[in-house]
Design a binder for this molecule. Sequence first.
Ligand SMILES: Cc1ncc(COP(=O)(O)O)c(C=O)c1O
Length: 483
Amino acid sequence: MVPFLRPRVEGDLGSLLDDPAWLHQVVDALGSPVNLVLPDRLARNVAEFRDVYRAHHLSGGVYFAHKANRSAALTRALAATDAGIDVASLGELQHALGAGFGPARIMATGPKSREYLWLAARTGVIVNADSIDELAETAALVTAYGLPRVRVMARLSGFVTTGTNVMSRASRFGIPATGTAALWDTLEKHRDQLDLHGVAYHLDTTGLPEKAAALEGCLHAMDEAVQRGLRPRAVDIGGGFGINYLDDEKQWEAWTTELTGAVLGKRPPLTWNGHGYGLRNEAGTLRGALSVYPAHRSVAGPVYLDRLLRTASAAHRRPLGTLLLDSLYDLHTEPGRALLDQCGAVLLRVEEVRGDGRGETLVRVAGNGTDLGLEQHGVQMDPLLVSRGEPGPEGPAGVYLTGNLCLEADFVTRRKIFLPRLPRVGDLLVFVNTAGYLMDFSAGHALMQPTARTIAAFRTGDDWRWCLDERYWPVTGREEING
Ligand SMILES: Cc1ncc(COP(=O)(O)O)c(C=O)c1O
């Protein structure tokens, strides 16, 4: 069995990729790699999150985690929806303000420089604080610059669970949920500068029980704050709703099984130099843990949010969504990856196909491991092969994808990719569903190689049009809107 990992491609993204001549024209014109983004799809994904809010009768903000993609087109398209934006740096805050977000729709998270904190406080966005010191610094800036009271959220971490056996992982971010007394003291002390909007968490996990325990911990903290005479009104549950990258769960199960076999030496390697993605062979025994993104997820995105809200609280035995509603609390979310589902692709041109002298085939592309963060983010999926001219003979070809950096370690992915046929120089490899983190999160200029140009594609009627990312605004191509 060939260990394919066929990507999930839907709707508009699928129809756009169905036009090989267009894809080649774009790469010929702009060079490889090209990042393609679909702003309209982002608006649809926001609407799907909103449907879940509606089903649970909850209000509050869906704040897109900007860090997942730098595109101006996506940010501006989002500004035209009812969504908010979660910014995590001074640059992202400036970008969001310039894209059309008013301060009421912006949440400032992440590590904050003084400049970032000042602009956040000055413009009146919600400051989602990572520590008590950060709250005190915000209060000091408000006083020093005579600013209006700032809405703040307190990010918590290290939740202790009651009764259940759920581990809450350690985090470098957030105020310990077990030590909130000092937090309430600080907020009371700076009552004239800080307005407690609510409490927050963001957990870097796919585990639903862990998230449920954190949400429950936040509800408990809200009670404590109310008892201290504060008036919090929102719980922010961060992001991490995830994407299902693969079409077929069986292919994912087969690949993970085969990888285990390869690590144990029971089959030929499936990765460059036998890399185990966290697994290792200790004298014939499998050790370690597979540390890759669960590329096939049957519960992801808005469905994951719905599941979380339906999860019963361990202490109250009622759904967490109902507890939020009963308290009339707003629910804020910060989905990054999930809102970018089906919103983009990366196009790479094949530059060389050769043997490595040890029986493997190396396919070098014009792009590298920083242009496409598959390894950094642990995502495993196949690219689509878009031939130039007549395709070569059909038949699965297992190849390794190398990048254009003069570095031994520069692989687009260390996984052996199985393509339907051997690519040829000039063909394109298209990695779909890469708008979330995989596209430009770590793109740089190592070796002075060019980074990808980003283009936005959108429909007008039945036709597809495109423009450079920086030229896109929500009104672009909407000739039907006439005064
Ligand atoms: C504070 C915060 N919120 C939201 C997110 C978005 O997470 P995701 O893209 O997994 O939804 C992140 C990601 O790192 C984050 O740090």
